[in-house]
Design a protein around this ligand. Structure first.
Ligand SMILES: Nc1nc2c(c(=O)[nH]1)N[C@H]1C(S)=C(S)[C@@H](COP(=O)(O)O)O[C@H]1N2
Ligand SMILES: [Mo]
Length: 502
């Protein structure tokens, strides 16, 4: 049993050394080609929508960590098997390692825009892992022909130490390089020709536990299909507008910045957000009006969708009529007074107020193709999600938390509500234990496309109580209580939670 475990551990160690070095090589070249990440990304694309939903709901923004962790766990189990095989014959074990890396290489090649050069990290992983396994096997069996260092305990320890160091240095080095590359470029963005009014002071200080009126870039939720973050140099970036247009146009980042910029406070929302969920954030966006950019190319008469493509070929469709109906749709370059963070689409992304992110908010955008839904299907359209998905009116209770215990007496219930493109929020109401709806106090108005904070002072009697909240949009439209799951066009229903009053 002990020898078996030892050999399995050798397989794992050899694999970790290979993956560590490959990770570093990938970080120094193209991060997406790291074998484990490539397998993870392929799993994301192949995962059926309901399972993806389940994962997002279950693991939240940690879903990516959980995915990479699961892929890693699977790989390491097989690596252990490779170690056991190596005990019989080194070449059996090495063979299995090569097969594993070949699967990863296959995953790398299925990535959009993959090239043969992207196989570099996988090749490195294979070579290092196989050499490592051969080394360990030789030391363990005490190869007679090797020199004084070979064979015996000392040789084994030396191999284990060296390979562990390689695995750690490779893995951590790769991480560090990726971190450093995530720093955005130092860019001075021009002022907006059409600035937003100062955002009023919200209820942040007044209502402990309430969502901040403006979400900082660091706290802004992130939802995308990528495991790494694309690193784009603004000097290399171009945007092409093609398809059903009078003339195909290509813009550089400087061309874009030379156009008049608008600045708007817009609350972005993910269609995968369940009732009461975290995938919503309010930020101040700076960008060029989408209609100004489209006008440069001249939109033809047959198009009904804007198919936007990101730097890796991922696509999002936006209904043309909605994006150009006068709302403040933009190609954003700034977020909360800074260049876009790389996680949020540097150097340029789309923002279309009132539409869920999956049909509008393309990050790292490089192409806008004017086309039809009949002709071209975007990533999520292929997976059964709706093509027309306005953000639904929603209210979230931030405080108290579900199942919290609070002191009897004066309890402040507070949260945020949003109803983009419907004149903002005109009222929020709270009901306790299904009783009469009571008006909540509203925070300042952030405009047509921004969320609104609210709070309600509740004289809470002891016992277990159910709190519900609902909103009415600025245009009079009430939030529906009818429950719907996120798939295929967004969740609805009232946020309700139970608290214990002591
Ligand atoms: N290139 C690209 N853009 C994307 C996505 C993506 O997967 N790839 N996800 C979209 C989704 S589903 C949402 S909700 C928003 C989220 O933007 P954020 O991560 O900046 O909050 O980005 C959108 N833009
Ligand atoms: Mo989303």
């Amino acid at each position: 049993m002990r020898t078996r475990l030892t050999w399995a551990a050798y397989g794992v160690l050899a694999t970790l050394a290979g993956l560590g070095v490959a990770h570093l090589v990938a970080a120094l070249t193209v991060a997406d080609t790291s074998p484990v990440l490539a397998v993870g990304s392929t799993v994301i694309d192949l995962t059926p929508t309901p399972m993806k939903d389940w994962a997002i709901e279950r693991f939240g923004t940690k879903d990516k960590t959980v995915l990479v962790g699961s892929v890693m766990a699977g790989v390491l189990v097989l690596a252990g098997v490779a170690g056991l095989l190596a005990r019989r014959r080194t070449r059996y074990g090495a063979g299995l390692l090569v097969v594993l890396v070949a699967i990863a290489a296959g995953a790398v090649l299925t990535r959009p825009k993959a090239s043969v050069l992207d196989l570099g990290p996988s090749a490195v992983a294979a070579v290092v892992a196989v050499l490592a396994l051969v080394w360990l096997a030789r030391e363990q069996t005490g190869a007679p022909e090797s020199d004084a260092a070979g064979g015996g305990r000392r040789g084994v320890l030396l191999a284990i130490g060296a390979l562990s160091a390689i695995a750690v240095v490779g893995g951590l080095g790769g991480r560090l390089v990726n971190k450093l590359r995530l720093r955005p470029e130092d860019i001075d963005l021009p002022d907006a020709a059409d600035p937003a009014p100062a955002l009023p002071k919200g209820l942040d200080d007044q209502v402990p536990g309430i969502t901040e009126f403006r979400t900082s870039n660091d706290d802004f939720y992130r939802v995308d299909t990528r495991l790494d973050v694309p690193i784009i140099d603004s000097g290399d970036w171009t945007l092409t507008i093609d398809g059903d247009v009078d003339r195909k146009v290509t813009l550089s980042f400087d061309d874009l910045l030379a156009m008049p910029l608008i600045e708007r406070d817009i609350t972005l929302t993910c269609v995968s957000n369940s009732v009461g969920g975290p995938y919503v954030g309010g930020a101040r966006w700076l960008g060029v009006r989408l209609t100004d950019v489209l006008a440069l190319a001249g939109v033809g008469s047959t198009a009904d969708q804007i198919l936007s493509t990101d730097v890796d070929g991922m696509t999002i469709s936006t209904p043309l009529a909605l994006a150009t109906d006068g709302r403040d749709a933009m190609l954003a370059v700034g977020m909360n007074g800074e260049a876009l963070p790389r996680e949020h689409g540097f150097p340029v992304r789309m923002i279309v107020p009132g539409l869920y992110g999956f049909i509008s908010a393309t990050k790292w955008v490089t192409r806008l193709t004017l086309t039809t839904y009949d002709d071209k299907k975007a990533y999520w359209t292929d997976r059964g999600w709706a093509t027309d998905a306005p953000i639904k009116i929603s209210t979230r209770i931030d405080t108290p938390k579900a199942l919290a215990t609070v002191d009897k007496g004066d309890v402040v219930v507070g949260g945020v509500a949003w109803a983009q493109e419907r004149g903002g929020i005109q009222g929020v109401q709270v009901s306790i234990d299904g009783g009469a709806w009571q008006d909540a106090n509203l925070g300042p108005d952030g405009g047509n496309d921004y969320w609104r904070q609210w709070f309600y002072r509740w004289d809470a009697p002891s016992g277990s109580h159910r709190i519900s909240a609902r909103a009415v949009a600025g245009n009079g439209e009430p939030q529906t209580a009818v429950r719907a799951e996120p798939f295929p066009n967004g969740a609805s229903g009232l946020h309700e939670l139970i608290v214990d009053v002591a």
